[in-house]
Design a protein. Sequence first.
Length: 256
Amino acid sequence: MILLGLMLVFSISCQDRTTSRQQSDYCDFESFSQPCVFIKYKQPVNGYTVKIMWFQYGEIGNALFRLEKNGKVHYLFVEKWNDKFLYDKYCNDNIKYPNDTIIELNYIPKLDSEKYLSDNSPFFFSDIDFDGKDEFIINRFKGGSKGSNAYDVYKVGMNEITLMSESPFTELENGHCEFSSINKTVTIHKHDGAYHYIRNTYQAKQYEIMNWDKPITQYKFELINSYIINNDEYKKYNRTGEKLQLIEKGQYKPNL
C-alpha cells in the first residue's frame, strides 16, 4: 500500500504544471508531501535515468527507486538503503540532509575487477545467475551482517523488473558469498561466532517453460550441499534427488 501511494505521487506530480527546463528535472519530486530527500544521478546507467526518494533515518533509510528508459518507468521499493557518498557524509562528517533537499550525485560504476558484486556502486548490472543476461542489483551499503553490504537482485524483462525473492539471491553479502560460472553455483557463508557456521551451495538447474507457443529454457537454483558447524559438532549434507542426505558428521576441532 505504501509503495502504491508513492508510485501514484511519483507518476502524477508532473501533470498540469508549467516548469522551466531546470525545474522539469525535479517536477516529479517537488509535490511529494512526505519528509524525504530527493536524489538524482547525473549519468544514465545502462540507459536508465535513476531518481530516488530517500527516507533517511540515521545513516540509512528506505528508498523508492524510479528507473526510466525509452519512456518506460519502473518503481522499486528498497529497505535499508544508502549510497556510499551519503553514508560517509553522515558517519564521517555528521551531515544529515534536511527533508526536501535535492541531491545530484555522480554515479559510481562497478569496477572491472568486480566480476559479480560491487562494493561501492549504489546499483549496477551484473549476470549473477549465469543465464547470459545482466540482473539489476541494488547495493544496500552496510545493510548486511557485521558491516557488510547486502544486495537486492532484480530480473530485467522486456516490460518489467522483478525481484528475485528466492535463495541464494536473498542472502547475498559481499565477502560472504562465492560465484562459480563453470559450475553455475553460488555459495553462501553464514557466521554467528566461531562455533556457529553454515555454508550452503546452490546450483543453477535448467528447466523449460512454455512461452506462448514454444518452450524456453530458464534456470532455477537448488541447494546441492550444506556444511554446518554447531558448537563442537559438524554435519555435511548432499542432495540426492529431492532430499538432502546426511553424509558425514563428527566432532568439530577448530585449527588453533
